[in-house]
Write a protein that binds this ligand. Structure first.
Ligand code: GDP
Length: 290
């Protein structure tokens, strides 16, 4: 089930069972849990949601007026909140180095274009470095994105050592006092040692202020293990969850990343460069429920 349908179903069940009796609260909760299940949220996460909503509705004192909608909204926020906010915020007047990591196909190159676009539109000077020497065509793809969002780029067709390209690219933009320097690293189809080693080597040399992990929402609940693995191996600063538009696994992925405790900085919800939003659990739930 896609997220817009989930929002509609939650609103419908809140409207349908508007009485103040325990059976109304149970009915609403059961229907919402079913919708969450259809949206690919994990059984464990749903169990916690259900327990908390029932405790706060039928478990509360009889003379208290229950606002079921408020309880549901608060518990949805609780479910989607990683409890840690992204610690990194770029600082004006210095070169902020941001390294992007993720598996191939997750939407990393597209997200770099969106991220560059986001900051350029807000008046920052942005430069892109392509340190993905693994995938043929990676440099051309990044170049195309850079041109589309009107930011300069750095890369090489000849140099095969990603560490050298990353280091040269960062020095290039630093010497020009660029404020946001984004380093694209290569992905692989799977999490593997070669990928983590390469990320660690680039990291050592470019000393990023922030490492952003791009994660594909269509993988659903598997996002939990992937976020944990990248957190452990590269100490990521924040996640961007891509393909939230219409993704069948969107609800599962978002709740799983939240449960993994990885801060979520942005979500990508479309193929266009403006399809990119700062994430907050409150904002997301309020948009979900219209
Ligand atoms: P990379 O291998 O991680 O660099 O992935 P790409 O940036 O090349 O993206 C892979 C595919 O996902 C491309 O077809 C993108 O257009 C698509 N994509 C990336 N982000 C989004 C998104 O938020 N929504 C949708 N629908 N597609 C996306």
């Amino acid at each position: 089930m896609v997220l817009t349908e989930l929002g509609t179903k939650i609103i419908e069940s809140l409207k349908k069972n508007q009485g103040a009796k325990p059976e109304h609260y149970i009915e609403t909760t059961t229907q919402i849990c079913k919708a969450l299940e259809e949206a690919n949220v994990s059984t464990d996460i749903i169990k916690i949601f259900k327990r908390n909503v029932l405790k706060k509705s039928i478990g509360s004192k009889k003379d208290t007026k229950i606002n079921m909608q408020k309880i549901v909204v608060n518990e949805l926020i609780e479910m989607l909140d990683p409890k840690t906010k992204p610690a990194f915020h770029p600082i004006r007047g210095r070169s902020n180095i941001i390294m992007f990591v993720g598996l191939q196909g997750a939407g990393k190159t597209t997200t770099i274009g969106k991220y560059a676009n986001y900051y350029r539109k807000r008046g920052w000077t942005v430069g892109l470095v392509c340190a993905d020497t693994f995938r043929a065509g990676a440099f051309d793809q990044l170049k195309q994105n850079a041109v589309k969002v009107h930011v300069p780029f750095y890369g090489s067709y000849e140099e095969k050592d990603p560490v050298k390209v990353a280091s040269n690219g960062v020095s290039h933009f630093k010497s020009k006092a660029f404020e946001i320097i984004i380093v694209d690293t290569s992905g692989r189809h799977r999490q593997e040692k070669a990928l983590f080693d390469e990320m660690a080597n680039i990291r050592k040399v470019v000393k990023p202020h922030e490492i952003v992990f791009t994660l594909d929402a269509t993988i659903g609940q598997a996002a939990f293990d992937q976020a944990k693995a990248f957190q452990q191996e590269v100490d990521i600063g924040s996640c961007v969850i891509t393909k939230m538009d219409g993704a069948q696994g969107g609800g599962g992925a978002l709740s799983a990343v939240a449960a993994s405790g990885s801060p979520i900085s942005f979500i990508g919800d479309g193929e266009k460069f403006d399809d990119f939003k700062k994430f907050s659990a409150e904002g997301f739930v309020s948009q979900l429920l219209g």
